[in-house]
Design a protein around this ligand. Structure first.
Ligand SMILES: [Zn+2]
Length: 145
């Protein structure tokens, strides 16, 4: 190892604004899972995590998504407001549709269960009637107590 590149480590509070989107790689320390930001030229080089001291190799570019390439970043930053609204509306629509389908499935499940119970109740009612008729008939044939 010739050069260990100094990691520029920032808390990711204002993420992603403080990341130079063209030149930085963002990845997680495999040990302490802190976000690490390094210059993309550091890919493949050994570095030590400033948080926990864990030694690791900076992932090559294909393994990480540079922020400029992250689709959501591009969407959120470069799209007009109406388009952002459209995307979030569509996202909410999909989520709501998913919930609707879950509720529908649960309703179907409980409906068929309810129907099954209804049939059972009808059978039991019918059986109760038969038993009651039988009891009355026996008592009528044998009036003595
Ligand atoms: Zn670490």
């Amino acid at each position: 190892m010739k050069v260990v590149f100094l990691i520029t480590l920032e808390k990711m509070d204002s993420f992603p604004n403080q990341v130079d989107s063209h030149d930085d790689l963002v990845f997680d320390c495999p040990e302490c899972h802190q976000n690490l930001i390094v210059k993309s030229v550091a890919a493949g080089h050994a570095v030590a995590c400033p948080h926990c001291g864990h030694s690791m190799t900076v992932p090559d570019a294909p393994k990480v998504v540079t922020l400029s390439e992250a689709p959501e970043t591009q969407q959120l930053q470069s799209l007009p407001t109406w388009k952002q609204e459209l995307l979030s509306t569509e996202s909410a629509w999909r989520e709501t549709k998913h919930q609707r389908e879950e509720a529908g499935n649960a309703f179907k499940h409980h409906s068929s269960e309810a129907n099954r119970l209804k049939l059972r109740i009808e059978k039991l009612d019918s059986k109760l009637q038969d038993l009651e008729l039988r009891r009355v008939a026996i008592k009528r044939e044998h009036p003595e107590e």
